[in-house]
Design a protein around this ligand. Structure first.
Ligand SMILES: NC(=O)c1ccc[n+]([C@@H]2O[C@H](COP(=O)([O-])OP(=O)(O)OC[C@H]3O[C@@H](n4cnc5c(N)ncnc54)[C@H](OP(=O)(O)O)[C@@H]3O)[C@@H](O)[C@H]2O)c1
Length: 398
């Protein structure tokens, strides 16, 4: 039955085993430790909450401000050291992986989550339905498809007075059935513009805030994907990720005087998503090379597993959305629940054993994390440098 169902799938099906060989069905698009160099502070010290509430004057935004007390406070009556709550910004926390991660972190009582979302009401409802207590989250508006909105988010965040301890670049769109490209506010093809360029600007600017944090383990995490890695079977399902010589990216991806695709080719929505994920993984490594030694910040990427039920597939054809989850659950066995994937990303945010920088994390069948190999292209240092330099120009930083 399952096999029959699989053969009916119109597109986008692959069988994959994390980081290993895979077998594939017909497909057109998608899916297929290290020593700690930080204190195990969160396991040593109990947590003390030091937030005070203040209303911001920015539209409907509700935010909480933190006092500027140090991350580790020694002033308890018993003379014990305490660690304040960590502040983590998660983009796209209104659904799927981002929401599940927010919930997993909130449940520990050790984190305040700043849900950076484009739809305030949706995020508020999502936080409520996930049972996240009000004192554990704030919502701030962020539309990654607008560089102006990225700047506004950063202004709002800084005005809140909260220190930034961890940034998670999670939000993404996937437009596999689009026949024509769509564009961001500044005219970049929408998938790369949102998933890569919006996050690139956000993280390039917020690195200064991370640097200022006195939290014992500061991290910048950019969610990657198996689909951008051509060293897996899932990554070999056409159309494959390929940045080529980046002539389209250098031309601004505007579809007018340059191609909307990074490699300069014809528009393909599924490929644009995969290319954007390659950019995400290259950006993480370039951050590591440029900033890790100087700042001690941990830079990481990950593939959380195939979370076939999330809104990422909302633009796909209905039959695909119906059959993709059972296909991944019962045939490829590559499926992970949103809850499990959220726990995985939460580990990369807070687990004291996952502080090695420059790593692309994956999980085996027993849900144990391991350092996975990126494809040749997704680990190409020259391409990483080029993506960085062109992206800096496109977002107005160079
Ligand atoms: N699902 C998988 O199998 C899978 C596998 C590997 C990697 N990933 C990665 O996991 C991450 C999360 O995806 P998901 O599966 O959880 O999908 P999802 O449920 O669709 O979540 C995507 C999130 O991104 C937000 N978003 C989209 N465009 C945005 C914009 N312009 N500005 C701000 N936020 C925006 C969405 O906001 P709205 O709620 O407003 O739409 C949503 O909260 C992505 O990076 C994806 O590449 C997913």
């Amino acid at each position: 039955m399952a096999l029959q169902a699989a053969s009916l799938l119109p597109s986008a099906i692959s069988i994959h085993k994390e980081g290993k060989s895979n077998a594939s069905l017909k497909e057109t698009s998608l899916f297929g430790v290290s020593a700690s160099d930080h204190l195990r502070a969160d396991s040593i010290f109990p947590v003390s909450l030091e937030f005070k509430k203040r209303k911001l004057s920015v539209g409907a935004i509700r935010a909480q401000t933190a006092t500027s007390s140090p991350a580790i406070n020694q002033a308890t009556p018993e003379g014990k050291k305490t660690l304040r709550k960590g502040n983590v910004v998660i983009t796209g926390a209104s659904s799927g992986l981002g929401l599940a991660t927010a919930r997993a972190l909130a449940e520990t009582g050790k984190w305040h989550i700043i849900m950076a979302c484009r739809n305030f009401l949706k995020a508020e409802r999502a936080a409520k339905s996930a049972g996240i207590s009000k004192e554990n989250y704030s919502i701030m508006h962020l539309d990654l498809a607008s560089l102006k909105s990225v700047h506004q988010f950063i202004d709002n965040f800084r005005r809140s007075g909260m220190p930034l301890d961890v940034l998670v670049c999670n939000a993404a769109i996937y437009l596999p059935t689009a026949k024509e490209p769509s564009f961001t506010a500044e005219g970049f093809e929408l998938s790369v513009g949102t998933n890569h360029l919006g996050h690139f600007l956000l993280s390039r600017l917020l690195i200064d805030d991370l640097k200022q944090s006195d939290y014992p383990s500061k991290r910048l995490i950019i969610v990657g994907s198996i689909t951008g890695n051509t060293n897996t079977l899932a990554g070999n399902v056409p159309p494959k990720a390929n940045l080529g010589d980046m002539r389209g990216l250098a031309g601004g991806l505007n579809g007018l005087n340059s191609s909307p695709m990074i490699d300069g080719g014809e528009f393909d929505g599924a490929k644009a998503y995969k290319d954007s994920k390659v950019c995400n993984m290259l950006t993480m490594q370039e951050f590591h090379r440029r900033y890790h030694d100087e700042t001690g910040i941990t830079f990481a990427s990950l593939y959380p597993g195939c979370i076939a039920t999330t809104g990422l597939f909302r633009e796909h054809v209905p039959l695909f959305r119906l059959l993709f989850p059972p296909f991944q659950k019962y045939i490829t066995k590559g499926y992970v629940s949103e809850e499990e994937a959220g726990k995985r990303l939460a580990q990369v945010v807070s687990d004291p054993s996952l502080t090695k920088s420059g790593v692309y994390w994956s999980w085996n069948k027993n849900s144990a994390s391991f350092e996975n190999q990126l494809s040749k292209e997704a680990s190409d240092t020259e391409k990483a440098r080029k993506v960085w330099e062109i992206s800096e120009k496109l977002v107005g930083l160079a």
